[in-house]
Each structure stands twice: as C-alpha cells, then as structure tokens.
Design a protein around this ligand. Structure first.
Ligand code: IPE
Ligand code: IPE
Ligand code: MG
Length: 253
C-alpha cells in the first residue's frame, strides 16, 4: 500500500531506528463498552500499519514494545489472550513480513514465554532471516532493568572466568552485553495513549532519543500517525550536549 500525506517528509532524514510503546488497547475497548481483549485484537491492525509504513519510508529498525515483564502480573485471562493473539498474528502476518522484506527479531526473556509462542516466534524468525529490508524487533517479556541486570551478571561471569578484563568495561562494551547489541539506539521513541512515562523500556538505549507522545490510543494509530511523528522528529535539533552552532556545522559525533 502506498503512503499518502507524506509530502512534508524529508527522505534524507528518516530515523534509522523507531521505537514504539504501543499503549491504550484496554481503554480503547472500554470506551466502546467491550472487553479489554477486543482492544488488543484491534491493536493488531495498528501494528500492521506502522510496520508497513516504517518499511516503506526506509526505517531500518522498528522496535515494538508488545509485552513487558510487568505485564505478567495482569489477570491470567488477559495474559493468555495476549499470548494466543501473538501466535495468530505471527502466522497471519508472515506473508506481510515476506512481501515487505522484513526480518523479525525479539528482545526480552523468551525463556518464560509459553512453548507454543516460542515455537512460532522461532519459526517466523527463521523464515524471515534472509530478508534484507527493515528489522522488526518485538520486545516480549522485556524490561530494561531485567536486561541491564542480565548484562551485569554476564559480565561478572566472564570476568570471573578470565574472559573479560574488568578495566576494559566501558559504555561500548556494556552495550555489547545488552540484547540490542548490533542495533543502533532509537532515534525516536513514540508512546501512544497520553501516558508520559517510559515504563521500563530501553532505559540504556534512549539516552539521547527524541521522545514523541500522542494522546491517540494504539488501536486508532494508522500510517499517517507515524508520518506525523517522523515530521515532528525531523523539525528537532539533536545537539547531543553540544551547542547549536556546532550542530549546524555537522560536527561528527
Ligand atoms: C497496551 O495496551 C498493550 C499491552 C500493554 C500489552 P494496554 O493493555 O496497556 O491498554 P491500557 O493502557 O490499559 O488502555
Ligand atoms: C507498557 O504499557 C508496556 C507495553 C506497551 C507492552 P503498560 O500499559 O504496561 O504501562 P503502564 O503500566 O501504564 O506504565
Ligand atoms: Mg497500558
């Protein structure tokens, strides 16, 4: 599907990595007098729209926060419904991924996902492994503090086993122990539903990410909303601690 309304987008300034906290499914359903799960079901369309739009615009990495470590505490009916929806969606969308040359990857603690979900994830990751277009990263059973603690644990283990020199630990090496190794930090983080918080998402990686909030609930999100967020991002000046004049001179980071 071709993108419309993107006349204002600067094709030379497309963010390399877009991260999204997809929020508001429950409230969307409640407003319509329906069960929360109906909101999750309608959220799938927004996932498809944003994924296709990002691929069409030339975004290289799209990370979607689909299920947090803390979300395991929700009522078991809702958790189960989300897990089945994930399996159904993976199977239904594999053709969309192939058509759009998208490679699937995950971050998060897959070990505690139900076996059926893991199996379908592995299958989809395998099938899309050779796709060279955008990488779609699903954050599942993910939380940033879990990821950072895991990295610290693995570094300590490597140091104890003599595989790592403690004095060599710097920011670059630390990031190699994170699940996002090989993935550049997000340029923009979008959160829907009018909540202004990070909810334990990518804490290390968003140090210099541009934040974009919209009041729209996730199931109402369409391609044009991603375009709008990117246009907003393109109007910003990213200074990375320097002053404006230096930024304009295009000084290397
Ligand atoms: C986001 O929508 C989806 C997940 C967290 C799985 P919510 O389910 O959090 O919806 P609200 O925030 O309760 O409206
Ligand atoms: C964040 O949304 C997690 C996902 C979008 C998967 P939540 O709805 O879980 O966040 P809080 O609880 O409002 O902070
Ligand atoms: Mg929520």
């Amino acid at each position: 599907m071709a993108l419309k309304d993107n006349t204002e987008i600067d094709k030379d300034k497309i963010p390399v990595h877009v991260a999204v906290i997809m929020d508001g499914n429950g409230r969307w359903a409640k407003r319509k007098g329906k069960e929360r799960v109906v909101g999750h079901q309608h959220g799938v369309k927004a996932v498809r729209e944003v994924t296709e739009a990002a691929a069409e615009l030339g975004v290289k990495y799209l990370t979607l926060f689909a299920f947090s470590t803390e979300n395991w505490q929700r009522p078991s009916d809702e958790v189960n419904a989300l897990m089945s929806l994930l399996v159904t969606t993976l199977n239904a969308e594999i053709s969309t991924l192939m058509e759009n040359n998208i490679k699937l990857r995950t971050i998060g603690n897959l070990d505690i996902m139900p076996a059926q979900v893991r199996k379908n994830l592995m299958k989809t990751i395998d099938r899309t492994a050779e796709n060279k277009g955008m990488t779609l990263i699903l954050a599942l059973s993910y939380s940033a503090r879990w990821e950072i603690a895991k990295a610290a644990r693995e570094m300590a283990r490597d140091a104890t086993e003599g595989k790592l020199n403690v004095d060599s630990i710097d920011e670059l090496l630390f990031s190699e122990y994170l699940q996002t190794k090989d993935i550049p930090d997000p340029d923009i983080l979008i959160r829907t539903s009018g909540e202004y918080r990070i909810s334990n998402f990518l804490l290390w990686q968003i140090a210099y990410t541009e934040l974009y909030f919209t009041k729209k609930l996730w199931p109402d999100i369409r391609k044009k909303d991603l375009v709008k967020a990117i246009i907003d991002y393109q109007r910003r000046e990213r200074r990375f601690g320097r002053i404006s004049e230096q930024t304009k001179m295009n000084v290397d980071r």
